[in-house]
Design a protein around this ligand. Structure first.
Ligand code: IPD
Length: 255
């Protein structure tokens, strides 16, 4: 059965009720791969809610969620980050989201990214454009000097620190940076033009799958930081920018 985007948005909106009612306390927080990598009981509850409700609506589809013990990557199904921006959530910064992508034959066909703190629902369908709360999104294709660049700090990967800092220094000759803390929202912000570009050297597929489609459907170029198609079955790097800034990144990254 095809995925009805309105039904998908409704399920995501309902799942966000768990986040809206959350009262976070220290014993509900654990760290995973490092001291910087948080998971809370709410990440798990949102994931469980989504897994059961998506299975009820579309029983034949595989479910991949960030907080699962083991990750099975397939070419069809849902790719879910129950709370993207968990560190923000933990510290009370109102910038995090639920991210759900639909994958068909290895291609993302639908994506939903919802920030409950701002009540901003982003979504896209392949070939149909992308939207935020009903408004069609289009990246304004500005020059680097005219906009802001979102940065991700690849918090699990010490090897990414040096290239990240180097690239930030290059960018800051012409522009300013933001480290907002949610890759899915970073990509959605490039779609809307709140940021002119976003990059991160090491990230997981569930952080970027839905946002990647939302960005592309708004005219954003999304590749790895080497100019390749982003793989959705392993850690990857990501670069998203309007065509003008993308050309500048090609120069800065030598590809
Ligand atoms: C993280 C956020 C963050 C990015 C990290 C991601 P999580 O996702 O997207 O912005 O820098 O690489 O892991 O852990 O909050 O789902």
């Amino acid at each position: 059965m095809p995925v009805d985007i309105n039904k998908l948005k409704q399920i995501v909106y309902e799942a966000a009720g768990i986040i809206r009612q959350a009262r976070i306390s220290p014993e509900q927080i654990r760290t995973k791969t490092s001291q910087k990598d948080y998971v809370t009981k709410y990440d798990v509850e949102v994931q469980n809610f989504l897994e059961s409700h998506l299975a009820e609506a579309w029983p034949d589809r595989h479910f991949l969620g960030e907080e699962q013990e083991t990750h099975e990557f397939t070419h069809n199904g849902f790719i879910v980050d129950p709370i993207d921006g968990t560190a923000n959530f933990v510290f009370g910064v109102p910038h995090y989201c639920i991210s759900v992508a639909v994958l068909e034959n290895g291609e993302i066909t639908q994506g939903v990214v919802y920030n409950p703190a701002a009540d901003e629902m982003y979504w896209a369908e392949l070939g149909q454009g992308s939207y935020m709360n009903g408004k069609r999104l289009a990246n304004p294709n500005l020059a680097l000097e005219q906009t802001l660049v979102g940065v991700g700090s690849s918090l699990y990967d010490p090897n990414s620190i040096e290239p990240t800092v180097k690239l930030i220094a290059e960018i800051m000759k012409k522009s300013d940076i933001r480290r907002l803390g949610s890759a899915a929202l970073d990509l959605s912000y490039v779609a809307s033009g709140r940021q002119g570009a976003y990059f991160e050297f090491n990230i997981k597929p569930w952080d970027i799958a839905a946002g990647m489609l939302i960005a592309r459907e708004a005219g954003v170029i999304v590749t790895t930081t080497e100019g390749k198609e982003p793989p959705l079955d392993r850690p990857l790097s990501i670069l998203a920018a309007g065509p003008e800034i993308y050309a500048e990144f090609r120069r800065m990254l030598n590809f």
